[in-house]
Design a protein around this ligand. Structure first.
Ligand SMILES: [Zn+2]
Length: 516
């Protein structure tokens, strides 16, 4: 009896005073946007259980991480990345998501730009069982649903088709999606009218959440940046969802200098009672596909075969080329389009600007691009089309969060978060460290409704990042985009060390999150 009592006492006192991991003496930013304080953070099991002076509280630690001189933050949450897009088909190595972990990122979306799974519960359950390096969360993609119901058709959706899409939204929301994603810039989503999108997206209203938008026009392609921003705002407002302008930017010479105007639209809408936010990556080059960047959308209607037929027909081919020339001008010309990745047949062109390839092929640049597309070499491109001034203006806004838009071939997949810290917080202080941390963690969790993550708070999940402000930086470049970032020392995902002493451990402690 006495032994049992002693054991009971021992257990309870151990629980109160001991932690599995004590992160000791770091400069701790909790995500609130308040300046950092030097203190200790204790983790037990999956949770943060202690924040304060561990010596004073006589906390016993299984393992001590000496964080003297280091910065301790909530694990970053990336609301717009392609790093886990298609995760159900990934190898174990890719599911580890080491490029994200080595930036201090512990949670990512798996469904950007209106794509991603429609059967959210299955993907989240299966990938969690197989193992994930980071937590993932899903948005149900308008593009996914429109393709399921209408294929690549450019026709407006009928009443019955809208109902089918609404049922799929409702189902995905019940299965734990955090909102609806849209990518109206891309075919076939581009064929949907604003009213059609609202009719579909509003099925998520009873569940709340976010309408996340790769908007119809970030430039002057179709309706223009300002009208496109108004459209994204309206879709969220009339659907009853928060609007998030994904990877906000002013793309191309026609809209340079418009960052202030976009932010003003957002501010006015918030003042009228509808929450509008944005996320942003800290680079002046966007990343997309050659056809998405240059082809007019009417040329893509009906899919690949219809496109080939239009290229083969001299009359439509000429019309396509006229518009491609203008799209290239808009983006800054052939010396701003860097070909960065693609299949085996793309190899000879990788790392070259379109200007160079055009010279080699002895064709004008737009014809060169069309020829590559015709041959089925639809490459990824880095398109240098933003100004540093617009990037900084967006960054300073308190409603602009951090994201990577991470995609293959662009250094943002490996380098975004350390780059933002190095370049925009430490070297040239555009924003403060506390604002950076908030924009990359707590603010994203709060906007998306990701519960018990994104803040350093006792009781919250132990997603924690520890980095060295002296060494942190990105190593990836446009020439060598697949280089892991430097300076992140420790990353805990659900209490387990996924990065230890600056090295990835291979631990897959991530979860497939579902909205509650
Ligand atoms: Zn996008």
């Amino acid at each position: 009896m006495i032994t049992i009592l002693a054991l009971f006492l021992a257990l309870t006192t151990t629980r109160a005073d001991s932690v599995d991991v004590l992160i000791k003496g770091g400069l701790v930013y909790d995500g609130s946007g308040k300046p950092g304080v030097v203190t200790d953070v204790g983790l037990r099991g999956e949770r943060i259980v202690f924040i304060g002076d561990a010596a004073k509280a006589q906390v016993k630690a299984g393992r001590i991480v000496d964080a003297t001189g280091l910065i301790v933050t909530p694990g970053f949450i990336d609301p717009h990345t392609h790093s886990m897009e298609g995760v159900d088909r990934f190898s174990a190595e890719r599911r580890k998501n080491i490029p994200a972990l080595m930036q201090g990122v512990t949670t990512v979306t798996n469904s950007p730009d209106g794509r991603g799974p429609w059967d959210v519960a299955r993907i989240q359950r299966e990938t969690e069982l197989k193992g994930l390096g980071t937590n993932t969360f899903a948005m149900v993609g308008f593009g996914t649903l429109r393709s399921l119901v209408l294929g690549a058709s450019s026709a407006p959706a009928s009443k019955a088709q809208i109902d089918s899409m609404r049922k799929l939204v409702d189902n995905a929301m019940r299965e734990g999606a955090f909102g609806v994603g849209g990518g109206l810039f891309y075919a076939p989503q581009s064929y949907a009218s604003t009213e059609e999108v609202i009719a579909v997206v509003s099925a998520a209203k009873p569940y709340g959440g976010v309408y996340d938008s790769h908007q119809r026009d970030e430039s002057s392609y179709t309706i223009g940046l300002m009208n496109s921003t108004r459209e994204a705002i309206r879709i969220g407002r009339e659907s009853g969802l928060i609007t998030n302008i994904g990877h906000v930017k002013a793309l191309g010479v026609d809209v340079w200098g418009y960052a202030d105007s976009v932010l003003r639209l957002m501010r006015e809408e918030r003042a009228a009672g509808h929450m509008v936010v944005a996320d942003q990556y800290p680079w002046t080059a966007s990343g997309t596909g050659l056809s998405a960047a240059l082809l007019p959308r009417w040329a893509q209607a009906g899919g690949r075969d219809s496109l080939q037929a239009r290229i083969a027909n001299p009359a439509t081919r000429d019309r396509i080329l006229v518009e491609m020339r203008d799209n290239l001008r808009r983006r800054g010309g052939d010396s701003t389009l860097l070909l960065i990745n693609g299949g085996a047949n793309a190899k000879p062109y990788i790392g070259k600007y379109l200007k160079q390839v055009a010279a080699e092929m002895q064709m004008p640049p737009s014809e060169t691009a069309l020829e590559l597309i015709r041959r089925g070499i639809d490459m990824g491109v880095a398109s240098f089309n933003m100004t540093e001034a617009d990037v900084e203006t967006f960054m300073k806004d308190p409603y602009v969060m951090t994201s990577s838009d991470g995609s293959g071939g662009h250094p943002r997949l490996y380098g975004t978060y350390p780059r933002k810290i190095r370049r925009y917080v430490l070297d040239k202080p555009v924003i403060t460290m506390e604002r950076f941390v908030q924009s990359a963690s707590a603010q994203v969790a709060d906007v998306y409704g990701i519960k018990e993550r994104g803040w350093l708070k006792p009781g919250y999940y132990a997603d924690v990042t520890v980095f060295d402000p002296k060494t942190i930086r990105e190593a990836a470049t446009y020439v060598e985009p697949e280089k892991l970032s430097i300076g992140v020392r420790w990353v805990f995902v659900n209490g387990q060390a996924a990065v230890a002493e600056g090295q990835p451990t291979g631990v897959m402690a991530g979860k497939g999150l579902r909205k509650r």
